[in-house]
Design a protein around this ligand. Structure first.
Ligand SMILES: CC(C)(COP(=O)(O)OP(=O)(O)OC[C@H]1O[C@@H](n2cnc3c(N)ncnc32)[C@H](O)[C@@H]1OP(=O)(O)O)[C@@H](O)C(=O)NCCC(=O)NCCS
Length: 328
């Protein structure tokens, strides 16, 4: 069975920035509160005419340019998102067409903040099974379209962005090491967008009741995330006979700085082992992991041969962690 490696990475964030002082003018909050409780300083917000597929295409182009290949060589496009341009056609179809990935098939993957982790698992399995040689996994979310900017409990947290990784066959000793994914649907009530699906289709009333926005019980999500991020990482490492000391970098989903530092502390990792860039982007849902990986590479913290642990918890609840031996 061939291995699978991440051979290229591309990211895109829209130029518009929403700062904490901007939010102070919109809801009853303060820069100090947001910084202390979340670690976020600013987030990027897409212009009104920009949708998720637009950011996904930009990120994918960067990855393909870095790898020096034509889009026609891509065999599968997986778009991880909870903010598709529309329910159907899938955002993967829109991206495939715009990119010119002529021979590719693909689909959207809905796993909220764990989307990119699940995408890496699915993409690597498609390569390791021998079925495909070039799988593009894209995490892209325009969270600003489903955030209620009158709800101070959620509007301070989220931003927009996209990231893409190309997965290809690997040589022994590089690339994919393992993954552990889980769902706990009993937590579905704590983080959701209630209306717009078949359970509660859009009506004038659902719009008036603001049910097409993210609703969250922040405390419940926080507690679950802190516990499961740690447990999942620990179990995955144990399964492979590894300890936190073997990991060069933990690249976690960026939901709240306190969730990340609590996870790292429980794993016994020091700050040099953890990537945090939430201050600049907020929570971009499926895009946080590639954005944080890009920052780790650009700052020289992630190099060929390093063992990297990606981990996330998201709405659902969805949970995932995956280990890779970095390949470039
Ligand atoms: C949302 C979150 C930042 C709130 O932080 P917290 O420390 O848990 O704060 P609480 O919810 O306990 O609220 C504490 C107080 O701050 C208030 N508060 C909430 N948002 C506020 C804001 N933006 N500014 C000022 N005060 C705020 C609350 O109303 C509450 O006031 P009260 O005690 O008078 O009721 C935090 O719970 C969190 O990050 N949860 C996880 C969210 C997440 O990760 N979601 C995505 C999952 S991938």
């Amino acid at each position: 069975m061939p291995g699978a490696k991440i051979s290229a990475l591309g990211c895109y964030v829209p130029p518009g920035v929403l700062t904490n002082p901007d939010l102070e003018k919109m809801v009853e909050t303060s820069n100090e509160w947001i910084l202390e409780r979340t670690g976020i300083v600013e987030r990027h917000i897409a212009a009104p005419d920009v949708a998720t597929s637009d950011m996904a295409v930009e990120a994918a182009r960067v990855a393909l340019t870095q790898r020096g290949i034509d889009a026609a060589e891509v065999e599968v496009v997986i778009v991880c998102t909870v903010t598709p341009d529309m329910f159907f056609p899938s955002t993967a179809c829109l991206v495939q067409d715009r990119l010119g990935a002529k021979g590719a098939w693909g689909f959207d993957l809905i796993a909220a903040c764990s989307g990119f982790i699940y995408g890496l698992t699915v993409g690597s399995q498609l390569v390791m099974s021998g079925a495909h040689k070039k799988v593009l996994v894209i995490g892209a979310d325009t969270m600003s379209r489903i955030i209620d900017y009158t709800d101070r409990g959620t509007c301070i947290l989220f931003g927009d962005g996209a990231g893409a990784m190309l997965i290809e066959p690997a040589e022994p000793g590089e690339g994919y090491v393992g993954a552990l994914n889980e769902i706990d649907g009993s937590g579905g009530e704590y983080l959701k967008m209630p209306a717009g699906g078949s359970r509660m289709p859009a009506t004038a009333q659902t719009v008036a009741d603001r049910l097409h926005f993210v609703k969250q019980d922040g405390g419940q999500v926080f507690k679950f995330a802190v516990r499961k991020m740690y447990e999942t990482c620990k179990t995955l490492l144990d399964t492979h006979g590894l300890t936190a000391k073997d990991v060069k970098l933990l690249i976690p989903h960026q939901a709240n700085r306190r969730i990340i530092t609590a996870t790292a502390e429980r794993l016994g990792m020091n700050c040099d082992q953890v990537v945090i860039n939430i201050e600049r982007y907020g929570n971009t849902t499926a895009a946080t992991i590639p954005l944080a990986t890009r920052d780790a590479i650009e700052s020289g913290r992630l190099k060929k041969g390093d063992l990297v642990l990606f981990a996330a918890v998201g709405a659902g609840f969805t949970i995932g962690a995956t280990l890779w031996r970095w390949s470039y």
